[in-house]
Design a protein around this ligand. Structure first.
Ligand SMILES: Cc1ncc(COP(=O)(O)O)c(C=O)c1O
Length: 363
């Protein structure tokens, strides 16, 4: 019973005092700390969920053929990734569980290295630690060390919103292949872009036309407001995906049947993704302008659901300044030592709460 001791402290607990301060604001808290969707699940997806809710049998771990075809179709339509093999698609119970368990499922273990971005979603490190592997943080363009078995990429990035263009991603892929590491590309923000056009690791300008050693990890939480359904998928190298499938069958890591139907409907419909992107885009404009007017500098943030902002002071000082105004953000230190002077401001609040934040930042 010691595994949990090798894991980092759950970072959100350390925000509790500032959250309490922000909640005391007479107009209530504007919570821009966690990127949780607030807009209702689109009707087309809700209908699909309930359409199979009477089915009593076990669902398939591999996902229905319709779901896998929907992934192939949406990757081609939305991101220009063609030629995907439906057999090389595997639904996941949201993407966080895959991120946390991928090193273990791939057989990465003690003595192996997992490389993650210098500023990164904390679960990449958690997954490596669960597997007992070592973690190295790589600056942009830095090559993974020999002994690296898995390299995480994340463009658009959480927390910085930075987009790596196709040549930069191709270089990262080539460097990982050179040391024989699998590349897992976390693409959960691919549909949400503002001033740069992100590409998938499976784009042939990045993959060189072969998915060998590559896994694209996708989530429907943000693009389709499905965080509550727990809906994602992984695709890419057919051999790797079939290995994951075998282990996940044994382990009962199965996406519930109604969620499989919901995912299929969500991937077959691009209109709701465009609507959601527009909603976030408007909120982003407002928050970006308000932060800039209040003396913040916003770095990167070309895509994704966050503004990576700084006042040129320690992150916790900025968190306290915002909390006094009833606004809660996440300190950049949650994502790596390089985030010590930044805060991450999420775009995932209602129009009313965003307008309230804008007013408070102008005071
Ligand atoms: C970079 C990144 N990857 C993965 C996830 C997990 O998302 P989910 O488990 O909802 O698919 C998140 C959630 O915020 C994220 O920011």
């Amino acid at each position: 019973m010691t595994l949990h001791r090798s894991l980092p402290d759950f970072p959100w607990d350390s925000l509790a005092d500032h959250a309490a301060t922000a909640r005391e604001h007479p107009g209530g808290v504007v919570d821009l700390s966690v990127g949780t969707p607030v807009d209702p699940v689109p009707d087309v997806i809700q209908r699909a969920l309930s359409s199979v809710s009477a089915e009593p049998g076990y669902p398939t771990t591999h996902g229905t053929p319709e779901l896998r075809e929907a992934v192939v179709g949406s990757m081609a339509r939305r991101y220009g990734v063609t030629g995907l093999d439906p057999a090389a698609v595997l639904p996941t119970i949201g993407s966080k569980e895959l991120v946390a368990w991928l090193p273990t499922l791939l057989g990465v273990g003690p003595g192996d290295v997992v490389a993650i971005p210098a500023l990164a979603y904390p679960t990449y490190e958690v997954g490596a630690r669960i597997a007992g592997a070592d973690v190295v943080r790589l600056a942009d363009g830095e090559t993974p060390p020999s002994g690296a078995k898995l390299v995480w990429l994340n463009s658009p990035s959480n927390p910085t919103g930075r987009v790596l263009d196709a040549p930069a991603l191709a270089d990262a892929v080539a460097a990982a292949r050179e040391v024989g590491a699998v590349v897992a590309s976390d693409e959960c923000y691919l549909a949400l872009h503002w001033s740069a056009e992100p590409v998938s690791v499976l784009d042939e300008r990045v993959s060189g036309g072969s998915p060998s050693g590559l896994l694209a990890v996708h989530s429907l939480s943000k693009s389709s407001s499905l965080a509550g359904y727990r809906a994602g998928f992984v695709t890419g190298d057919a051999g790797l995906v079939s290995g994951l499938l075998e282990t996940r069958k044994h382990a009962g890591m199965i996406v519930p049947r109604p969620v499989q139907a919901a995912v299929t409907a969500a991937l077959d419909d691009d209109a709701h993704v465009a609507d959601q992107r527009e909603r976030y885009g408007k909120r982003r404009e407002l928050l970006h302008a308000a932060l800039t007017s209040a003396g913040f500098r916003v770095d990167h943030s070309e895509a994704g659901l966050y503004l990576w902002a700084t006042r040129g002071e320690g992150a916790w000082d900025t968190i306290a300044w915002l909390a006094d105004r009833g606004v809660l953000a996440a300190p950049g230190t949650f994502y790596g030592p390089g985030g010590s002077e930044h805060v991450r401001v999420a775009l995932t609040a209602s129009d009313e709460r965003v307008a309230t934040a804008v007013e408070r930042l102008a005071e």
